[in-house]
Design a protein around this ligand. Structure first.
Ligand code: UGA
Length: 438
């Protein structure tokens, strides 16, 4: 199959590279000439494990290429995927669809033969209808079908998620679109990944419902963690105790500082806006958004409490700034609210992140960025683990105790146990753990 991928962000680049790895012929398009030039030189615009090698392999094999010329890219293709950004619209939280619609118009002008236009960007229900209307308005004679194919990739695990999906959701309104998408996903279907065909609108809702449900699961366990702390129970055992029930499942039940990233915060807000327009209140999702927002800042207060209530003039060292490990993405990271809350209380902040420092510098002010965990901890009055990067899982805790000014460890991801921290001489605060004398 010949495929054009419009947009070389996370979704577009990973999907384009993976499609080419299946043997399809893929051209990735982006308006950003510097990005395209860098990609042609093998330089990735994002940090994603395995991506660079995958791109290199498929460019070398002649299956993957990059261009700024959309018209050239869509000439003669079987399918054009729209994978441009849909950020929150400034001011109201609706998804900003201007890039999607601009891409649809450009595609319509450029199409030379029959093609399926597929929306991969996360878009509110009804967007496919509007994309189709715009294309027909711009190019009344174009032989085109419009489909929806939401993605369920996690940053940091995107290639594995693409190649081993739990399911592939495809929303179509005609048989041609169905046949083309079936052919495109055939390699995955051979591996028995369920290919779920629905209507276009249903596929659009599935994407938001999935993210809202996962955000709800996390927020639920985070509230349980707060309860556990007060009543002397342990949230990790609660997660295991409920997660072993097949109806609940063990995933997305890790209590932490609140969810962040480029998807859950934006998509839950956009879903609420859709619901508002449809006059259907989604009270559960509304609560999830509020509870999660409040939680991020509350984590700053948790650190203050662990430092006996006063952080003025003291130094707090943070380990991990990105919203989760294996990414350099700082969007809506809990670290941002935590840093602000601590700075508001008069603390000085030092931080170390394995991949996120450059991005963090763009959103955090007055932070002393360090080159490794021990430099960050040296002479600090508390060490706070914000993101569970693997390299923080086996710190030399005795050394940490020795170099800290005060032996305070706040572990917002529960990667250590209170016992091992105490044995190393640290005062330990985790998430959702029973309080005990240390
Ligand atoms: C999420 C979804 O997991 C993907 O399926 C979806 O395709 C993607 O959004 C998207 O819409 O593009 P992602 O944002 O990359 O993927 O990251 P997740 O791994 O889902 O984590 C999101 C946040 O939840 C992180 O801040 C993470 O630390 C937090 N989290 C996750 C928890 O606090 N506890 C958990 O148990 C799981």
């Amino acid at each position: 199959m010949r495929i054009a991928m419009i947009g070389t962000g996370y979704v577009g680049l990973v999907s384009g590279a993976c499609f080419s790895d299946f043997g399809h012929q893929v051209v990735c398009v982006d308006k950003d000439a510097d990005k395209i030039a860098a990609l042609r030189d093998g330089v990735m615009p994002i940090y994603e494990p395995g991506l660079e090698g995958l791109v290199e392999h498929n460019v070398g094999g002649g299956r993957l290429s990059f261009t700024t010329d959309l018209a050239e890219a869509v000439d003669g293709v079987d399918a054009v995927f729209i994978a441009v950004g849909t950020p929150s619209r400034r001011g109201d939280g609706h998804a900003d669809l201007s890039y999607v619609y601009a891409a649809a118009r450009e595609i319509a002008t450029a199409l030379t033969g029959p093609a399926v236009v597929v929306t991969k960007s996360t878009v509110p229900v009804g967007t496919g209808d509007e994309v189709e209307r715009l294309i027909r308005e711009t190019a009344p004679d174009a032989e085109v079908s419009v489909a929806s194919n939401p993605e369920f990739l996690r940053e940091g695990a995107a290639i594995a998620d693409f190649k081993h999906p739990d399911r592939i959701v495809v929303g179509v309104e005609d048989d041609h679109a169905r046949d083309v998408l079936e052919a495109i996903y055939r390699p995955l279907n051979l591996n028995k990944a369920p290919l779920l065909f629905t209507t276009r609108r249903t596929a659009e809702v599935i994407k938001y419902a999935a993210n809202a449900f996962l955000a709800t699961k996390i927020t639920f366990i985070n509230e349980m963690a707060d309860l556990c702390e007060e009543v002397g129970a342990d949230v990790q055992s609660v997660s295991r105790g409920i997660g072993l029930d097949n109806r609940i499942g063990p995933k997305f039940l890790h209590a932490g500082p609140g969810y962040g990233g480029s998807c859950f915060p934006k998509d839950t807000l956009a879903l609420l806006k859709t619901a508002e327009d449809a006059q259907v209140p989604l009270r559960i999702v509304e609560s999830v958004v509020k509870v999660n927002d409040a939680r991020k800042r509350a984590m700053g207060r948790k650190v203050v409490k662990a430092m006996n209530g006063d952080v003025r003039g003291k130094t707090v060292a943070l380990l991990g700034l990105t919203f989760k490990p294996n990414t350099d993405d700082m969007r809506d990271s809990p670290a941002i609210s935590i840093v602000q809350a601590l700075q508001d209380e008069g603390a000085k902040i030092r931080a170390y992140d394995p991949e996120g420092t450059e991005q963090a510098k763009l959103v955090l002010e007055n932070v002393d960025f360090c080159d490794d965990p021990y430099t960050a901890a040296d002479g600090a009055d508390a060490l706070v683990i914000v993101t569970e990067w693997d390299q923080f899982r086996a710190l030399d805790l005795k050394r940490v105790t020795d170099i800290l000014n005060q032996p305070v460890l706040v572990d917002l991801r529960n990667i250590y146990s209170a016992d091992e921290a105490n044995q190393a001489g640290l005062r330990y605060t985790g998430i959702g753990q029973p309080k005990k004398a240390v």
